[in-house]
Design a protein around this ligand. Structure first.
Ligand code: HEC
Length: 127
């Protein structure tokens, strides 16, 4: 049986509208390492470790979480997460560590995606 494309699109709409909150993303993905510092991940709620990261700011932290950084895989190893969901989780974790970040907007997320992509590509072609 063939399912008409329009039906598929409509079936996906609720999923698109239902972006997870930062707390939900943390509990589903990030807690695996950030809960107890597996692979030396900055531990959730540890204001000493997070204080330094919070001062670096979201423009630094979110692109790092999108791309991955050293032992941390891109998006915490969960490619099903949207950029917005990852950003919300970073805000959630940063605020638990003493930050005062506001909920990210779609404009913020677009800027962080650009930064993440720019970091991945070398500025001059490699020979
Ligand atoms: C498989 C383990 C693992 C998972 C899962 C994971 N992280 Fe990480 N994360 C790390 C490690 C390890 C570091 C420390 C990287 C370093 O600085 O060497 C880190 C660092 C970070 C940092 C600091 C980046 C910086 O600029 O120093 C942020 C922000 C972060 N993670 C966010 C997240 C978010 C959000 C999630 C869930 C979507 C997540 N992480 C899931 C292992 C993980």
């Amino acid at each position: 049986m063939r399912i008409p494309p329009l039906v598929l699109v409509l079936a996906c709409l609720p999923a698109l509208a239902q972006e997870k909150s930062g707390a939900e993303v943390y509990a589903s993905t990030c807690i695996e390492c950030h809960g107890d510092g597996k692979l030396k991940a900055p531990v959730f709620g540890n204001a000493k470790v997070w204080g330094k990261l919070v001062r670096e700011g979201l423009d630094d932290l979110v692109p790092a979480a999108l791309n991955g950084i050293r032992k941390m895989p891109a998006k915490g190893g969960n490619p099903a997460l949207s950029d917005l969901e990852v950003a919300r989780a970073v805000v959630y974790m940063g605020n638990a560590g003493g930050g005062k970040f506001a909920e990210p907007t779609l404009t913020d997320v677009a800027r962080w995606r650009k930064k993440a992509d720019a970091r991945r590509k070398p500025l001059t072609p490699q020979r």
